[in-house]
Write a protein that binds this ligand. Structure first.
Ligand code: HEC
Ligand code: HEC
Length: 217
């Protein structure tokens, strides 16, 4: 019954037969040995194109670019949407039918796509760059560069996401969600890192650093 139900949901949500076929298999036991296959991920990503764009660069600034993102981070976020540890109604539905293998494959696929190059609002560069590079000591805000790297490429092996070129509108929304602890599971150690960074950011600082991040490359 459970199988039938989940197969029906998956069938309704996902358009690619590749995804439906792999999701109908019993879930693989958790294993760190799952290796993503970018070619398989490319076929599975057909279900993502409508919002995230043909190569992981989205047209709507509320929908994040996935191109060039670290594979492990992408997979971890898909798992978090599926479990509810990260809250988003749309992505919860998209991730519901994905197996761990699907998540690893999708991560490997998007990691290979060229990252988007964006631009910053020139009026905000000075303030945004200061926060990005040095943080705000008086208000216990850590430098973003310490974890996301001087050029915003992240540290894929540590699960620190690439943020360079990301839409400022999306970045602003995420920083506010961390600040209010509404992105999801307040006990997740990675989310906690960002909650601690974001909790003292003002709206003006968020606007400036988000714009700066969109222009980083
Ligand atoms: C109907 C539109 C839509 C579709 C289709 C969709 N997504 Fe998303 N996706 C979103 C939105 C909106 C968000 C931002 C959620 C939030 O604000 O937390 C998102 C966020 C994500 C994130 C988090 C990115 C980050 O930087 O943290 C990942 C990963 C992701 N989607 C992967 C996928 C994959 C893989 C597929 C296809 C299987 C897919 N999405 C299909 C709309 C969509
Ligand atoms: C101590 C390390 C650390 C510092 C410092 C840090 N970050 Fe992060 N950041 C992370 C980690 C880890 C994540 C992933 C958290 C998760 O899983 O939700 C993240 C996630 C993010 C995201 C969400 C990315 C996405 O695609 O959804 C944004 C935006 C972000 N950080 C911006 C910033 C900004 C702006 C600063 C500086 C004000 C900053 N970070 C400082 C570690 C850090």
């Amino acid at each position: 019954m459970k199988m039938l139900l989940s197969a029906a949901i998956v069938g309704a949500l996902l358009s690619t037969s590749a995804l439906a076929a792999s999701a109908a298999k019993p879930a693989a036991a958790h294993s760190d040995a799952i290796v993503g296959d970018a070619a398989a991920g490319s076929a599975k990503a057909a279900a993502c194109v409508a919002c995230h764009g043909p190569n992981g660069v989205s047209a709507n600034p509320l929908w994040p670019n996935l191109a060039g993102q670290g594979a492990a981070y992408t997979a971890s976020q898909l798992a978090a949407f599926k479990s509810g540890a990260r809250k988003d109604a749309v992505m919860a539905g998209m991730a519901a039918g994905l197996s761990e293998q699907d998540m690893a494959d999708l991560g490997a696929h998007f990691a290979k796509q060229p990252a988007r190059i964006g631009s910053a609002n020139p009026d905000m560069i000075t303030e945004g760059q200061a926060i990005y590079r040095s943080g705000d000591n008086d208000n216990s805000i850590s430098a973003c560069a310490a974890c996301h790297g001087p050029a915003g490429k992240g540290v894929a092996s540590a699960g620190f996401p690439q943020i360079a070129g990301q839409h400022a509108v999306y970045v602003t929304a995420q920083l506010k969600a961390y600040r209010s602890a509404e992105r999801g599971n307040a006990k997740d150690p990675k989310q906690l890192m960002m909650q601690n960074v974001a909790k003292n950011l003002t709206d003006a600082q968020i606007d400036a650093v988000s714009s700066y991040i969109e222009g980083l490359n």
